[in-house]
Design a protein around this ligand. Structure first.
Ligand code: S3P
Length: 451
């Protein structure tokens, strides 16, 4: 069901311990990039384990609109017949990215150095999010842009006829911005350089190398990552096996930690060092989390993660860890509600510009459920161990991670928790409810049933 349809309130309630072995869907970042880079290669890329969520399917449509042929095969894999870098066709209609920030920002990068015109739209959440962080460097590279005030969607671009390779220092820790510049650099003659003062997820760099791009990463004297990409390579199609998304795995991990008696294993989860801050943090809080059967798959380390119910304690989560767990603060706040003492989270300014103002959305959701917290411009402190928590209705603001996090609260709280819209979960984790039901959780569209 599309999140643009009528909202579907969902309610979760405490029940039995969570038990079982599950597989969460493929990684969202890698899924988007598989389709994009496959479209830019010449020949057939095969993708196993693609995340079939609304966000990723929007990217598939965008790549089809410029000429790629993307099909689901009988064995569940996807094939992408790429049209080749430099050969993108001009899309006929507007490109609707729905809720997908990664999809639209990276695609703007790709289109920005192709001599085509395109108009991008999104849902109410995406239309509020800042696009200037991507459009500004693209303008420097020669892309023409017409956007709504404040560089919001809808936005139209005409890509540069001959893009200029630039040197760009990313002003905020954002893999989306880094990636948009690199992807524009792909079709610019010469070397595009991106300087990243704070390291963020490196899927673009790793995957572009796999597709045959000439890309190098080094550290300068100041310890900043310097990424150099030589433009106009011929990208070679790849066979990609998408590992499970650690950001989705975070939900069953936290749920198992806070529901007494639980013992859950999540298989084949990616352990990329720029994505695992949540695991480090939960282990520091006293979580019983084992990384089993560690192995390498498709250039990434993966493991099966076994989690048992644990007595957690509050800690300080340092600002420097934020980029490696940027999407996991909402669910960490739920874990913190069950920890002894205060959990103090620093360096959260980027949460203000996610699918919602996530810092405010989390704080209001906690308050609605009797959990004490203090929100500042860029920090959140959650006091754990309150009695009689739950019973509130949480406003999700079209934010999938707010919806899922507060449903996790409900399955461990004293009273059921309702989220005003669960349909938005389909943007990243369409099997969320069914997987949790498999583990024994009670999540229902009918609040009286769940209660
Ligand atoms: C992503 C980067 C992050 C993250 C998003 C996925 C990516 O966004 O929050 O869910 O795939 O590059 P920012 O780059 O804005 O931090």
């Amino acid at each position: 069901m599309s999140h643009t349809s009528a909202p579907v309130p969902l309610t979760s309630a405490a029940g039995s311990p969570l038990k079982g072995t599950i597989r969460v869907p493929g990684d969202k970042s890698i899924s988007h990039r598989s389709l994009m880079f496959g479209a830019l290669a010449v020949g057939r890329t095969t993708v196993l384990g693609l995340l079939e969520s609304e966000d990723v399917l929007a990217t598939a449509d965008a790549m089809r609109a410029v000429g790629a042929k993307i099909e689901k095969q009988d064995d569940g894999s996807y094939t992408v017949d790429g049209i080749g870098l430099g050969s993108l066709l001009e899309p006929e209609g507007v490109i609707d990215f729905g809720n997908a920030g990664t999809g639209v920002r990276l695609t703007m990068g790709i289109f920005g150095s192709h001599n085509i015109a395109a108009t991008f739209v999104g849902d109410a959440s995406l239309s509020k999010r800042p696009m200037g962080r991507v459009l500004d460097p693209l303008r420097e590279m020669g892309t023409n842009v017409i956007a709504r005030d404040g560089d919001r969607l809808p936005a139209s671009i005409r890509g540069a006829e001959q893009a200029l390779p630039i040197t760009y220092r990313v002003p905020m820790p954002s893999a989306q911005v880094k990636s948009a510049v690199l992807l524009a650099g792909l079709n610019a003659p010469g070397v595009t350089t991106v300087i990243e003062p704070i390291a963020t997820r490196d899927h673009t760099e790793k995957m572009l190398k796999g597709f045959g791009a000439d890309i190098s990463v080094s550290l300068n004297e100041a310890g900043e990552r310097v990424i150099k990409l030589t433009g106009q390579p011929e990208l070679k199609p790849q066979d990609i096996d998408v590992p499970a998304d650690p950001s989705s795995a975070a939900f069953p991990i936290v749920a198992a930690l806070i529901v007494p008696g639980s013992d859950v294993t999540i298989e084949n989860v990616m352990l990329n060092e720029h994505r695992t801050g949540i695991i480090t943090t939960l282990i520091e809080m006293g979580g019983d989390i084992e990384l089993l059967n560690k192995r390498s798959a498709g250039g990434e380390e993966v493991a099966d993660i076994r989690v048992k119910h644990s007595l957690l304690k509050g800690i300080t989560v340092p600002a420097k860890r934020a980029p490696s767990m940027i999407d996991e603060y909402p669910v960490l706040a739920i874990a913190a509600a069950f920890a002894e003492g205060d959990t103090f989270m620093l360096g959260l300014e980027e949460l203000r510009v996610k699918e919602s103002d996530r810092l405010a959305a989390v704080a209001r959701g906690l308050e609605a459920n009797g959990i004490p917290c203090v929100e500042t411009e860029d920090t959140l402190t959650v006091t754990g161990g309150a009695s009689d928590i739950g019973g509130g209705t949480v406003v999700t603001h079209l934010d999938h991670r707010i919806a899922m996090s507060f449903l996790i609260l409900g399955i461990a709280a004293h009273k059921p928790v309702t989220v005003d819209d669960g349909a938005v979960i389909a943007t990243s984790f369409p099997t969320f409810t069914s997987l949790f039901e498999e583990l024994g959780a009670k999540i229902s569209a009918n609040s009286s049933e769940a209660a």
